[in-house]
Design a protein around this ligand. Structure first.
Ligand code: IMP
Ligand code: MG
Length: 179
């Protein structure tokens, strides 16, 4: 385990079990459709790649980079679109793939934007849900794992752009982000 972590939340094996279950859930809903899967970068990148490959349904993929943090462990409340999608979402069944729903500001921003652009349907799959931190009444349609008020990193998730490439997810020691 990385020395900056307090404990591991999901091992590589546990992540793959969650990915399989989420893929099966999506396959059931989208088998007869041609969905567009959207990865909210950078945090969802690892989960996204595993998820779309675990699905039986062929999906098109696209990417959007959203930034809300700077280098803190608290959201600014004003998520910024750093890079937009290449594809049009008009009349598409959109599957939005998020790493974690925390305050809910990012998800609200994405939903308003993509539904506003004419998406036919909007389905959210998140690897993690942190319900105790919610500021906006919104939730993922499918969340793989619920966690308390802890700051987690790894498997795409970062603190100040670090730890994203760890293959597992762990709780970051408070002394790292509270100093
Ligand atoms: P929200 O807008 O507050 O819901 O936060 C959404 C984004 O904040 C997520 O997509 C993550 O990128 C980031 N985030 C929230 N909680 C954590 C965490 O515990 N670790 C790493 N990133 C987090
Ligand atoms: Mg994110």
């Amino acid at each position: 385990m990385n020395k900056d972590l307090q404990s591991v939340v999901l091992t590589e094996e546990q992540i793959q079990e969650k990915v399989k279950a989420a893929a099966a859930w999506l396959d059931e809903r989208f088998a007869d459709k041609k969905p567009l899967a959207v990865s909210v970068l950078k945090g969802s990148v690892m989960f996204f790649c595993d998820l779309v490959r675990a699905m039986q349904t062929p999906v098109q993929i696209d990417f959007m980079t959203v930034s809300s943090y700077g280098s803190s462990s608290e959201t600014s409340g004003m998520p910024k679109i750093v890079m937009d999608l290449a594809a049009s979402v008009k009349d598409r069944d959109v599957i939005l793939v998020e790493d974690i729903v925390d305050s809910g500001y990012t998800l609200q921003r994405m939903r308003d934007l993509l539904v506003g652009r004419g998406a036919k349907s909007f389905t959210v799959v998140a690897l993690f849900d942190k319900p105790s931190r919610r500021k906006i009444d919104i939730k993922a349609d499918y969340a793989c794992f619920e966690i308390g008020d802890e700051f987690i990193v790894g498997y795409g998730l970062d603190y100040a752009q670090q730890y994203r490439t760890l293959p597992y997810v762990g709780i970051l020691k408070r002394e790292i982000y509270e100093k």
